[in-house]
Design a protein around this ligand. Structure first.
Ligand code: CTP
Ligand code: CA
Length: 223
C-alpha cells in the first residue's frame, strides 16, 4: 500500500450517511418531493471512502451513480430511510445530509386519485415524518460518537442551525443558505458554516466535492 496512514484518516471507521430527497407517495403515480440533488451527500460518501472509512450511504431517489467504494442503499420515503439507517448501525460517525421530506400524506391511496367533477381539489392530510437525525442523535446505546447534521435555511442561518444542534442532539451542523440566488439546491457549489458547541466556522464558497473533502478532514479530527 503506497498510502501512509495520514492519507487514510478514517481508516477502520464505520460511517452512515444519508443523502438526497425523499419521495412521499400520494397515490401510485404522484408524490411529494423537494429540490435536493444528493450531490453534497454523495460527495461526502465518496470522500469518506477515499479516506479509508467503511461507508453505508442511504440515499433517497437521485439520478447520481453509486459512489465508488461505498455500499449504497436506495430508499424512497422518510420512514424507509430511517429503517435503513437503523439497520446500518452501529457506526462510529453519522452524517445526515438528506433533505428528508418533513411531511407525508397520512393515508396514501393505492388507486390513482381521480377528479370527481366537482371542480374542488382533494384534501391532502399531511402528518410529520420521523426526524432521522434527531432519532440518531438521541440513541442511548447505539449513538455514533460523532453525529453531524445539515441545516438548509433561507433566513436566520446561524440561530436556526444552533437550534437544530441542540434539539437534535448533534455534535456539528453544516449550515447552508439555500436561498434561490445561491443555487445550492441542485447546483455544484456550496457556501457552508460549521456550527458546533464550540462556535461557528465560516468556509468560503467552493465546489461540493471540495466541501466534502474538507468536511471529511474535519470529521477525522473530531472523531
Ligand atoms: N432531518 C432528518 N429527518 C427529518 C428532517 C430533517 O434527519 N425528518 C435532518 C436533515 O438530514 C438535516 C437536519 O435534520 O441533517 C436538518 O434538516 P432541516 O430540514 O434543515 O431541519 P428540520 O428539522 O426539518 O426543520 P425545518 O425544515 O422546519 O427548518
Ligand atoms: Ca426540513
Amino acid at each position: 500500500d503506497l498510502l501512509s496512514p495520514k492519507d487514510l484518516p478514517l481508516k477502520g471507521k464505520r460511517i452512515v450517511i444519508t443523502a438526497g430527497p425523499t419521495h412521499e407517495p400520494i397515490d401510485p403515480v404522484r408524490y411529494i418531493a423537494n429540490r435536493s440533488s444528493g450531490k453534497q451527500g454523495y460527495a461526502i460518501a465518496e470522500a469518506a471512502a477515499e479516506a479509508g472509512a467503511q461507508v453505508t450511504l442511504v440515499s433517497g431517489p437521485t439520478i447520481l451513480a453509486d459512489p465508488k467504494g461505498v455500499e449504497t442503499i436506495r430508499v424512497e420515503s422518510a420512514n424507509a430511510m430511517l429503517a435503513a439507517v437503523e439497520c446500518a448501525l452501529p457506526a462510529d460517525i453519522a452524517i445526515m445530509a438528506a433533505a428528508v421530506a418533513d411531511w407525508r400524506v397520512a393515508h396514501d391511496s393505492n388507486q390513482k386519485i381521480k377528479k370527481d367533477g366537482s371542480g374542488l381539489p382533494p384534501a391532502l392530510n399531511l402528518v410529520e415524518n420521523p426526524d432521522i437525525l434527531k432519532t440518531v442523535g438521541h440513541l442511548q446505546d447505539k449513538r455514533p460518537k460523532l453525529v453531524v447534521g445539515f441545516a438548509a435555511e433561507t433566513n436566520d442561518l446561524i440561530a436556526n442551525a444552533r437550534g437544530k444542534l441542540e434539539r437534535k442532539g448533534a455534535d456539528m451542523i453544516v449550515a447552508n443558505d439555500v436561498s434561490p440566488e445561491n443555487n445550492v439546491m441542485g447546483g455544484d457549489n456550496n457556501t457552508v458554516r460549521l456550527v458546533t458547541h464550540g462556535g461557528v466556522e465560516d468556509w468560503p464558497k467552493m465546489g461540493k466535492d471540495e466541501v466534502a473533502r474538507q468536511l471529511v478532514q474535519k470529521i477525522a479530527e473530531l472523531s
